[in-house]
Design a protein around this ligand. Structure first.
Ligand SMILES: Cc1cc2nc3c(=O)[nH]c(=O)nc-3n(C[C@H](O)[C@H](O)[C@H](O)COP(=O)(O)OP(=O)(O)OC[C@H]3O[C@@H](n4cnc5c(N)ncnc54)[C@H](O)[C@@H]3O)c2cc1C
Length: 422
């Protein structure tokens, strides 16, 4: 084992908690830090799907043509806070520039290495801990109104197949929850489900603390940088220093990178969920409703409908239109659904313009590390990301190509920043 180090992991979402546990297992002295507590950020309210086949980005060819119509319709899963548009434009231009076949193929190759074994990665992380009870190996289904709708999505399925995702196409579904709702269902194998993502991350953090890890509930208000490297974190309780610092602040990571001189094209892809408590029907497996691009996932005592992309920044509160969209979609799909209560939630998917997460060294001297930007698949890829970061800190060569995830692509050789993603 490499020499034990003092390590701070900033951010206790699925990425940070996973990183903290793998560092702890490698023998390091680890502090996990969060202002709100473990599993209270985006990792709380997601769809709960271990989307091993999530190798197709939102930016697929044709998006530029489809996007304006989608934004103008309340019945499409893409929303915009129009007052945010002026601030969004530079990001949006670069985001849309990645809607090409070449980028999709590059993305799929990179993300396949991160995601395809995610059910095993979660088992390696959670088995033997109190979090194990939330983890199951389920198929992940995609429901289409009919065969024509499935065929219209043929590009995405060809990319998934080429990346090694195993799936079968079925006529209709045997799941009584969706009787008659779908003409064609794609059943993805080797996937998984977390039955309560927030509780899962909190249980993993409990395990970390029970094994001797330190959990600090405090806020990073600023950082000190010297020689291109992070030297201290400012908190209300005073500065914190460590041999290594990992930044896993999810959608709130951009100011840290900016302080290091990196200009990330980074945005929140806001998403929503509605939970139906004590529902009268419960699907057997998570179901992606292809027409509405939202997932219906069985949770503990609740049915969660999660999805929608809304560009609107980190600061503004939730809006009615995306929630109304989800409600209408669920009512059309499950007309007989009854429930005792509902809960609504909005969260922030951390997204770069090329949709690739940032994993690896962040400062110039290998003392600080990035582990953020996992957009729609952070629950899926968090545990492997944590394992990779722990390996890097221990001096191990990663067993996947981290080039596509390298944050330093945003820095020019002469030290100035280009902010260009390849
Ligand atoms: C509607 C929706 C559905 C989704 N469905 C899925 C899905 O089915 N499968 C999947 O794989 N992914 C899904 N995702 C994406 C997934 O939830 C995210 O990619 C993932 O949760 C990101 O995890 P994280 O650890 O990077 O960030 P977070 O969970 O957001 O954690 C970041 C943490 O940093 C802390 N923090 C931030 N700033 C500071 C500061 N200054 N000081 C101290 N602490 C700070 C926050 O409190 C937070 O706890 C979905 C997302 C949404 C919105």
């Amino acid at each position: 084992m490499a020499e034990p180090l003092d390590v701070i992991v900033a951010g206790a979402g699925i990425v940070g908690v996973s990183t903290a546990i793998w560092l702890q297992r490698a023998g390091h002295r680890v502090t996990l830090l969060d202002r709100a507590g473990p599993g209270r950020g985006t990792s709380h309210g997601n769809g709960g799907v271990l989307a091993a086949g999530g190798v197709v980005p939102v930016t697929t060819p044709g998006l530029m043509r489809r996007a304006p119509g989608m934004l103008l319709s309340p019945d499409q899963p893409l929303f915009l806070r129009w007052t945010y548009l002026p601030r969004l434009v530079p990001f949006l231009a670069r985001y849309l520039s990645h809607a090409t076949d070449a980028h999709v193929r590059r993305y799929a190759a990179a993300m396949g290495a991160l995601l395809l074994d995610s059910a095993d990665q979660h088992a390696a992380l959670a088995n033997g801990t109190p979090a194990e009870r939330y983890l199951s190996r389920d198929d992940y289904c995609f429901g289409y109104a009919d065969c024509a709708a499935f065929e219209a999505d043929g590009y995405a399925w060809s990319v998934r197949r080429a990346a090694g995702v195993r799936f079968e196409v079925e006529e209709g579904t045997a799941d009584p929850a969706f009787a008659g709702a779908f003409g064609t269902v794609v059943r993805c194998r080797d996937h998984g489900r977390i039955s309560d993502p927030g509780a899962y991350v909190a249980a993993l953090a409990d395990h970390f603390v029970a094994e001797g890890g330190h959990l600090a509930l405090t806020e990073i208000t600023d950082i000190d940088v010297a020689g291109g490297e992070v030297t201290a974190l400012h908190t209300p309780e005073g500065p914190l220093r460590a041999d290594r610092i990992v930044f896993a602040l999810g959608p709130w990571s951009k100011p840290i990178a900016q302080k290091l001189g990196l200009r990330l094209p980074f945005e929140s892809e806001r998403g929503y969920h509605i939970e139906f408590h004590d529902p009268s029907v419960m699907p057997r497996d998570p179901m992606m409703v292809a027409a509405g691009k939202f997932v219906l996932t069985p949770m503990e005592g609740r049915l969660r409908a999660a999805g929608v992309i809304e560009f609107g920044g980190l600061d503004a509160g939730p809006r009615h239109a995306p929630l109304d969209f989800l409600r209408r979609q669920v009512a059309a799909l499950l007309p007989g659904l009854t429930w005792s209560d509902t809960t609504e939630w909005m969260g922030h998917r951390p997204a770069t313009a090329d949709s690739l997460p940032l994993i690896g060294p962040m400062g110039g001297k290998g003392r600080s590390f990035a582990a953020f930007g996992h957009q729609h698949v952070g629950l899926t890829g968090g545990p492997k990301t944590g394992r990779i970061i722990a390996g890097l800190i221990g001096g191990e060569a990663p067993n996947i190509d981290l080039g596509p995830f390298d944050l330093r692509k945003y820095a020019a050789r002469d030290g100035t920043t280009t902010g260009r993603d390849r």
